[in-house]
Design a protein around this ligand. Structure first.
Ligand code: M6R
Length: 628
């Protein structure tokens, strides 16, 4: 979802902000813009569509060497993705410009108040309302102190920028006053000619981090935005705001104004981790690096054939587990139900976060809540986490992004250690979640002293990176062949049974989000309860038939489809066979899901690439869904 960035330092800020916006592109966006000061006057450049449009406009603007700038990639929530709705938004009196990620829920009430005072709105956004609300607060404060409003002070400000220090407390106060009146979830960054060397930024339930460089500071929605310059990061918490300049930063509570001492974290990623590395798309790179991800997920979690999850040692063994997540992370949770019940003998419920949080859920006594989120910032997942914490339940967060809200707010968190996932479509993150969830099942089996095959499963897991590494090149070729053959399809079924069921849901999700081909995932046994009516020659099925106790049943399901002239791609493990047109063999292991998942990811990737879709940034999607 929207990306924000701000820079104060010794480098030309405008090109740096543009570069930063490019590294935030993966979050999904439909327009972009930036602001800087030109002879102490606000300049705003905005453009609908891709960043190249903004770049073209910036290139035509003279003297963009300002040392302070803010920028934004917008994912439309209020109003169409057109230039007038792009950020930054200026206040009517040009006293400030802001960029904003999130939603201001009471924007209409605030707007009505401002309209009564004579403010004019040029966009359909909630952000422009906030910009004018801050300016309105500021004018009141300036009037009270200097007996002049911003417009009356403007000439003085333009000619004596050295006076800016005296205005800083008033801009800070106005910023906080306005934010206290705005309900919702947001990250806001402000630039004003009154304080030309500073940027203010505040956070409420939307990611915002400060990058600490030498004589330069960055503020952004995510680390890649400033990764070439620094890996030292301060994570802002809800209700905090920061005032930063090139040489200093100060974090305070929005409500009390108290200073807050923040810890500086060192991010272990490097730029290469967030670069395409010679691959055509981030998605392909992220699929192909899964053997390494499998290996790294195990680091520090396995010792002497035992699973170590010290993060959980202080929590009691639960009587039941409730897993809550969205999208791909939900599918990973659903997958783990089989293993948690089998190895840990703990009953498991799996819930979609947006449904869970708006029911009146009845939680069991001694229940552990597990929330899964790659980004750790998904609004619904966070909402569910908070609800469970308020009810006094322990929450385990499984997430990938270091220092994310889920990681910080959960009672305990386990990182999936997959490295930055840039492509909007989640691939390696799911694989890493599956590893952690499998380890969780073994861990509880161990703690309950059950006869669970910890040693055997760990052996299988350790062998997987090599098996997958060797299999991937041929898998990619097969995915390409099949994508070409099936590109005619307007709809697809994905079928799986047992541990294949949740993967079928994931396969369908990947195909629709990337190639825009309609796809539905079903439990194989469900197909004859209605969906089979749709089968005809141009409605193909992608079926997972693992070599397990379910094989013969899955085989019958596939044959039923074939006898209705349906075409089927069957993913089979080597050593099994089936009467079918398009078989896709994956190597034999006892954990076939870890090979079937990349196979399905590659099929969707090749299909989308063949059909000329925007693989890394599919239309209408955002990497991290920070609004409900
Ligand atoms: O960051 P999260 O894991 O919480 O994200 C949840 C979903 O938004 C995400 O998995 C989404 O479904 C992906 N686009 C799937 O590829």
């Amino acid at each position: 979802m929207c990306g924000v960035i701000g820079y104060c330092g010794h480098r030309p800020a405008v090109p740096l902000v543009l570069e930063g916006l490019k590294r935030l592109e993966y979050r999904g966006y439909d327009s972009a813009g930036l602001a800087f000061l030109q002879v102490n006057k606000l300049e705003v450049i905005r453009s609908a569509g891709k960043l190249c449009n903004l770049e073209e406009k910036v290139a035509k603007t003279a003297n963009t060497f300002a040392p302070v700038s803010i920028g934004h990639t917008r994912w439309a929530t209020h109003g169409l993705p057109v230039e007038k709705n792009s950020h930054p938004h200026k206040s009517n009196n040009n006293a400030l410009a802001i960029v904003h990620n999130g939603i201001i829920e009471n924007f209409q009430e605030l707007k009505d108040e401002l309209l009564k005072k004579g403010y004019v709105f040029y966009s359909d956004t909630d952000t422009e309302v906030l910009a004018n609300l801050i300016a309105d607060e500021l004018d009141c404060l300036l009037q009270a102190k200097f007996s002049k409003n911003y417009a009356e002070l403007q000439t003085e400000i333009e000619h004596t920028p050295q006076l800016s220090a005296q205005y800083l407390p008033y801009v800070e106060e106005a910023f906080c006053n306005a934010i206290k009146k705005a309900y919702g979830a947001y990250a806001v960054v402000l630039l004003s000619p009154l304080i030309p060397r500073h940027i203010l930024a505040a956070r409420l339930s939307a990611p915002l981090l400060l990058g600490i460089g030498i004589e330069e500071h960055f503020i952004a929605s995510d680390v890649p935005a400033f990764l070439p310059y620094t890996r030292d990061v301060v994570f802002l918490d809800d209700n905090e705001f920061v005032t930063m300049s090139a040489g200093s930063y100060e974090v305070k509570n929005i409500y009390s104004g108290e200073k807050i001492a923040k810890t500086v974290h060192h991010i272990p990623w490097d730029l290469q981790g967030a670069a395409k590395d010679g691959y055509k798309h981030f998605m392909l790179k992220e699929i192909m690096e899964q053997p390494r991800v499998l290996q790294e997920c195990l680091v520090g979690r396995v010792q002497d054939d035992l699973v170590c999850l010290p993060e959980l040692d202080t929590l009691p063994v639960p009587d039941s587990i409730r897993i809550i997540a969205c999208g791909t992370s939900y599918n990973a949770g659903l997958w783990s139900q089989y293993y948690l019940e089998q190895f840990a003998e703990i009953p498991v419920t799996v819930e979609i976060a947006s449904e869970f949080r708006y029911r009146k859920p009845i939680l069991n006594k001694n229940e552990l809540i597990v929330v899964i989120s790659q980004s750790g910032e998904t609004a619904d997942t966070l909402g569910a986490l908070r609800l469970c914490r308020e009810k006094g339940y322990p929450v385990l967060g499984i997430c990938n992004v270091l220092g994310s809200s889920v990681a910080r707010e959960a009672s305990a968190s386990v990182y999936t250690q997959a490295g930055p996932e840039i492509s909007v479509a989640s691939t390696k993150a799911m694989l890493s979640q599956m590893v952690v969830l499998l380890l969780l099942a073994l861990y509880y089996g161990q703690r309950k002293k059950l006869a669970c095959p910890v040693k055997e499963i760990l052996h299988e897991l350790r062998a997987l990176p090599d098996i997958l590494e060797r299999a991937l090149p041929a898998m990619r070729e097969r995915a390409k062949e099949l994508a070409l053959q099936y590109a005619f399809a307007k709809s697809f079924f994905y079928l799986g049974r047992g541990t294949g069921y949740s993967l079928a849901l994931e396969g369908a999700l990947k195909l629709k989000e990337l190639s825009y081909i309609h796809a539905e995932g079903y439990a194989t046994g469900e197909i004859k309860h209605g969906p089979i009516a749709l089968i005809e020659p141009d409605f193909p099925t992608f079926a997972l038939a693992f070599d397990d106790d379910n094989f013969s049943k899955v085989r019958s399901g596939i044959l039923e489809i074939k006898s209705r002239q349906g075409r089927v791609i069957s993913v089979l493990q080597e050593g099994t066979s089936l009467e079918n047109d398009d078989i896709w063999y994956i190597p034999k292991t006892n954990l076939p899901e870890f090979l079937a998942l990349p196979a399905m990811q590659l099929f969707s990737y090749e299909m989308a690439d063949y059909l000329g879709k925007d693989v890394d940034q599919p239309r209408n999607l955002a990497k991290s869904v920070t609004v409900e």
